[in-house]
Design a protein around this ligand. Structure first.
Ligand code: G3P
Length: 217
């Protein structure tokens, strides 16, 4: 399973990249705003800065909601850097834009996906990635992980190449469960990746190894 980090914070992206296990980055307009990145030019520059830190795919979201606008913006975003994947919302015009991008060799990430039907449509349109938001489904007392399992089943039934990118991952258990289900990618905060490191027996064991070494040296 690929690990993406879901942030526009360059320090956190660098930290995840330094760990050596980072496969890409996802952002969205809310994450950009959180970092105080505003204005079209600053946002475009920020995407390039992110691409220069990481080796993998970087999702950059269109703001337009009409077909022509999405195509124009998406083509601009894709020109910025070869690592850019154009993030398009799951709406009717978005599906048309994904089909257009797919026919024209531009990679896409279909975002704001909350049902298996939406994921099926995104795959039919040729999306490179589909982003089901599992945390936000959990927030409304629905089983977000079950959606990942449903999409996995449907994609495997028909051999769709669209990669399942489990998004809105909130914690380490989400990461583990996504890996068990067979999600292709997960995107979450740095804490959800670093949480994988932790086990109290590791800390106790290491402490003892080091203490025993000191005794003999
Ligand atoms: O990748 C989608 C993500 O940015 C949404 O996460 O935590 O705001 O639901 P969250």
């Amino acid at each position: 399973m690929k690990f993406f980090i879901d942030t526009a914070n360059l320090d956190q992206i660098r930290e995840a990249q330094d760990l050596g296990v980072l496969d890409g980055v996802t952002t969205n307009p809310s994450l950009m705003a959180k970092e105080g990145i505003t204005g079209r030019n600053n946002i475009l520059k920020h995407y390039v800065d992110i691409c220069n830190i990481v080796d993998g795919d970087v999702s950059a979201e269109v703001i337009a909601t009409d077909f022509e606008g999405m195509v124009k913006e998406g083509e601009q975003l894709a020109e910025l850097h070869e690592q850019i994947v154009v993030k398009v919302p799951m709406i009717k015009e978005g599906i048309k834009a994904i089909k257009y991008f797919s026919d024209n060799g531009i990679r896409t990430n279909c975002t704001l996906v909350f049902s298996a039907g939406q994921a099926l449509l995104a795959a039919k349109a040729g999306a490179t990635y589909v982003s089901p938001f599992i945390g936000r489904l959990d927030d409304i007392s629905t089983d977000g992980l079950n959606l990942i399992a449903e999409i996995r089943l449907i994609y495997d039934n028909y051999g769709f190449e669209t990669q399942i990118l489990a998004a809105s991952v909130r914690h380490t258990m989400h990461v583990l469960e996504c890996a068990k289900i067979g999600s292709d990618v997960m995107t979450g905060p740095l804490s959800s990746i670093e949480g994988l490191l932790k086990h109290p027996l590791t800390d106790i064991g290491l402490e003892k190894f080091l203490a025993d070494y000191k005794k003999g040296n």
